[in-house]
Write a protein that binds this ligand. Structure first.
Ligand code: ADP
Ligand code: ZN
Ligand code: ZN
Length: 671
């Protein structure tokens, strides 16, 4: 070094302490670290990797308190100012320290003490040939509606949010791909980010993209990559080599220096919302990111979220429609309601549904039975004394998993052997109550011993790669009857499926959660949409005790428009989102009273004109894993007013230094 001089690095660290920390760094003035680089520092007696957000010549920190940074990761190009602004926005909006947002957004291998993994990935990537031919291959001819949409999206300049509202099977994927083709052809370095809600949907789309753009590097980012793979793919995006990045919600924080288009497939899907830690909405961040970069974004769905629909109605988003299915002769399935009061189910199946399945078996077509409840039975009980299998740690039941001979709590993962007799009265006749996918599978096997039945749910696909294997089996036509949870309801293009049976959706009709009907409707439309995609007439049978319910009427008529308009009107009258903005403060403690006490203090600690703070209440599922949980809902018709309040409120709450564990969620989905 010629003339080393200290400068001071302001470093964001992944810690709940809401601050950036200063470190000293000796270096040649010509080699000053840059904002956006990573640095290794010692913090709270540990060594951690932090993010440099400022490089300055002076600091207020007294000299005796200043530590030297240990290393700067110079081999990695700095994260761009735009990326920092995105992390900054997310931190600000969701009321978290920058470090808690920015650092977990990076691959783990960037945040470890050594650079071995980083160096290896850099080397590997340098050797990798980067193809650079964006010419698409095998482009099918679009129908006029698709063409219009693809041109509108692909040709858009500036910030243009588009809602692509297309019925299931209308060929939205093809619209995205052709819009991508236009952007790749026009922008020599341009990158595209495509988000899907479910990890299980990535292989299908990945295959489509690779086949369409053989000369373009594709990176994928989702939670089932190994850390090594994730590092490599993240770097490929960061270096601009990957022109298309396909991922689940976590990919929204990837570094994309030449981002020119964002695609959010199935934008209504609740999986875009992270439900722990930083509770962000990847869809909302994506819209912000598009605005920041002044680039087009397309939100696609057959059942848009009410938020997006509202924006489309008010003109903030442009709405493009695909009214018909894309494959020739493919039409939407006929939806019928089966009144379970008249056609009493046997083993959960009405005679109508059984007959329909039999017909499919005879014709060599596939059926899908949808039931959003895994396990064998949601509970077991003793008929003589009324004992039921409750979890000892949660406000919930122990679910019977018969193949595994276990009772399992789906909330705290407590596992028990199935008792031989009732733990309270000794009665040996304890029975499963209700049914889950395992029981349905068993019942079907008894009814149709020769049929090839496959169950797809979180239990059957625990092993890495097993979900993909299961879906492949369906695609190859090696399955006659598919039984599954929401895992099978979304996005999949099952060509031979001509019957969808929906077993018992009624429970969601009377939920206290005002979003339940929006969700149920979307789920029914989505799962129905798996049928009849290849032009064979198909039907959907919904078993219900409430065939008169308007929600089912809307599903029968495939009538999203009216249903959404009616819901929006209700929401407006009741002053609910999207006409109102909310945040939820949650508290957890050993005793419910302690949590409520904290929330009461939080409620009373600040003046708040224009903000409604409701009373603290226990959460619906109060106890999870021996911890009691309560919540406080904060509301305002003005987003800026709510944001301003939250900012100050958080400062006050952090000062309170309560021992209660608490967290804030902005724009909560589950209340
Ligand atoms: P969506 O995502 O809207 O439910 P997909 O994108 O999965 O629908 O498309 C449904 C099916 O239609 C796929 O099998 C796809 O290959 C096919 N498809 C899409 N566009 C066309 C087209 N223009 N001509 C023929 N088939 C098409
Ligand atoms: Zn008993
Ligand atoms: Zn439990």
């Amino acid at each position: 070094m010629n003339n080393p001089r200290p400068c001071y690095l302001q470093i964001a660290i992944d810690t709940p302490l809401n601050a950036v920390f200063d470190y000293r760094w000796q270096c040649d003035p010509a080699e000053r670290p840059q904002v956006g680089q990573l640095a290794l520092v010692s913090f709270a007696r540990r060594e951690v990797v932090g993010l440099i957000v400022g490089v300055v010549d002076e600091t207020d920190v007294p000299v005796e308190k200043l530590k030297d940074a240990l290393a700067v990761r110079t081999q990695l190009a700095p994260l761009s100012a735009q990326w920092l602004a995105l992390a900054g926005f997310a931190a600000d909006y969701y009321q978290r320290p920058l470090g808690e947002v920015a650092l977990p957004g990076l691959p783990k291998n960037l945040r470890v003490l050594t650079t071995v993994a980083l160096d290896r990935a850099l080397k590997k990537l340098a050797k990798l040939e980067t193809p650079h031919d964006p010419t698409p291959s095998n482009m099918p001819v679009l129908n006029p509606q698709q063409q219009l949409a693809a041109d509108a999206i692909g040709g858009a300049q500036g910030f243009k949010p588009t809602l692509l509202y297309g019925v299931t099977g209308s060929g939205k994927t093809e619209v995205y791909l052709q819009a991508c083709a236009q952007v790749l052809a026009r922008e020599p370095d341009g990158q595209i980010l495509i988000l899907v809600p479910e990890i299980n949907l990535t292989p299908q789309l990945e295959g489509n993209i690779r086949a369409r753009f053989p000369g373009v590097m594709l990176a994928t980012l989702h939670s089932s990559l190994s850390e090594g793979e994730r590092m490599l793919h993240w770097l490929a995006a960061h270096q601009g080599k990957a022109r298309i990045v396909l991922g689940t919600r976590l990919a929204i924080l990837s570094s994309l220096p030449h981002l020119k288009l964002i695609v959010i497939d199935e934008e209504h899907d609740p999986s875009y919302k992270q439900q722990e830690g930083l509770r962000y909405s990847a869809r909302d961040l994506a819209v912000w990111r598009a605005w920041q970069l002044q680039i087009p974004i397309v939100l696609g769905s057959a059942t848009p979220s009410l938020e997006s629909w509202h924006h489309a109605q008010s003109g903030r988003y442009r709405k493009l429609e695909l009214r018909e299915r894309a494959v020739q002769n493919a039409v939407l399935p006929t939806v019928k309601l089966i009144d379970m009061e008249r056609d009493k189910p046997n083993d959960g199946l009405t005679s109508h549904l059984v007959a329909a399945i039999r017909q499919r078996l005879e014709r060599g077509e596939q059926s899908l039975l949808f039931l959003n409840r895994r396990g064998y039975a949601p509970v077991i009980c003793c008929e003589s004394c009324g004992w039921i299998s409750e979890c000892t740690r949660c406000t919930s039941f122990m679910v019977l998993h018969r193949p595994e001979h276990r009772l399992r709590c789906h909330h705290c993962s407590l596992e028990l052997r199935i008792p031989r007799h009732c733990p309270t009265c000794g009665n040996i006749d304890i029975q499963p109550l209700g049914r889950g996918t395992q029981r349905v599978e068993e019942g079907l096997q008894a009814l149709f011993p020769d049929a090839r039945i496959l169950r797809i749910d979180a239990d059957s696909t625990r092993k890495k790669g097993s979900a993909q294997e299961a879906f492949d089996t369906v695609h190859r036509g090696e399955v006659d009857i598919l039984v599954g949870t929401q895992m099978v309801a979304k996005g999949h293009d099952f060509k031979r499926l001509t019957l969808v049976g929906i077993m018992n959706p009624d429970t969601a009709l009377f939920s206290q959660d005002y979003r339940a009907s929006e969700r149920l409707f979307a789920q029914l439309m989505q799962v129905s949409g798996r049928a009849g995609r290849a032009g064979i007439p198909s039907e959907v049978l919904i078993q219900t005790r409430y065939p008169q319910h308007p929600l089912y009427g809307a599903v029968v008529h495939h009538d999203y428009d009216h249903f959404a308009s009616a819901l929006l009107e209700e929401r407006e009258q009741a002053a609910l989102p999207p006409y109102l903005f909310q945040a939820l403060l949650r508290a957890e403690a050993r005793e419910l009273a302690t949590a409520i006490e904290f929330l009461t203090m939080a409620r009373d600690c600040m003046q708040h004109p224009g903000i409604t703070i409701n009373d603290p209440i226990p959460m619906t599922m109060t106890r999870v894993h021996n911890v009691d949980r309560a919540q406080l809902l904060v509301e305002s018709p003005s987003r800026p007013a709510l944001q301003a309040f939250l900012k100050e409120w958080m400062l006050t709450l952090r000062e309170m230094k309560s021992r209660v564990k608490w967290s804030l969620e902005v724009d909560p989905l589950d209340i």
